[in-house]
Design a protein around this ligand. Sequence first.
Ligand SMILES: Nc1ncnc2c1ncn2[C@@H]1O[C@H](COP(=O)(O)OP(=O)(O)OP(=O)(O)O)[C@@H](O)[C@H]1O
Length: 232
Amino acid sequence: MPGPHVALSGRGLRHTYGKEEALAGVDIDVHVGEVVALMGPSGSGKSTLLHLLAGLLRPTNGEVWLGKSRLDTASESVRASIRLRRMGFVFQFGDLVPELTLAENVELPLRLTGCSRVRARHTAGRLLEALGIAAVADRRVNEVSGGQAQRAAVARALVHSPEIVFADEPTGSLDTVAGEQVMEALVGAARETGAAVVLVTHELSVAAFADRDLQIRDGRIPRAATIPAADS
Ligand SMILES: Nc1ncnc2c1ncn2[C@@H]1O[C@H](COP(=O)(O)OP(=O)(O)OP(=O)(O)O)[C@@H](O)[C@H]1O
């Protein structure tokens, strides 16, 4: 089990799709509150690693721990509950529910975990304000800009104070200015709540927001690129 300062840990992660080996043995520790960028060429294994760490895929070999919870051996229902309560997600194309307003989208994780409507509205409202999108909170996704929608996706990922947020190319569909606003929102809100962030990006300007970047090559992270946990 990882030490107390490690939010998320992957040990000896190997993953194959049929005969194809996408990850060839990766060790990774993400510390509490740390922002880590996964970088590397197309096909190097970034998305596979993100999906293993988030419990969306089971590794062929290896272990994944979120704090004291082991994910790779947990049942699908336990992993789904952990994702809902203890993780947040931001995808390239926001993935907001188009029928709901931005505010209703942000309230969703709280409502799904039993929070009252009034409390969810209040908590989501504070975050929408902090991320500069309170003025468009009652609009639907197709009535706001891509950057505003993506900031709402960031708010939805953080509203329930998760331990970790996974972001797969969160700025991939945006221009540079909107992308920077989204990264400022993501890293700023994560610092506020103490969440760690693991993000996949191809862009150096996005990786510059991270505390550390890890380069993946052919399904491996060169050993020197990982910093061992202080207490492990
Ligand atoms: N569902 C799948 N079935 C079969 N092979 C897959 C599948 N998903 C990924 N792969 C293969 O596994 C390897 C790693 O893919 P992965 O998507 O993790 O890389 P990536 O670094 O995220 O790439 P990109 O930057 O293009 O998104 C690639 O060779 C890819 O073709």
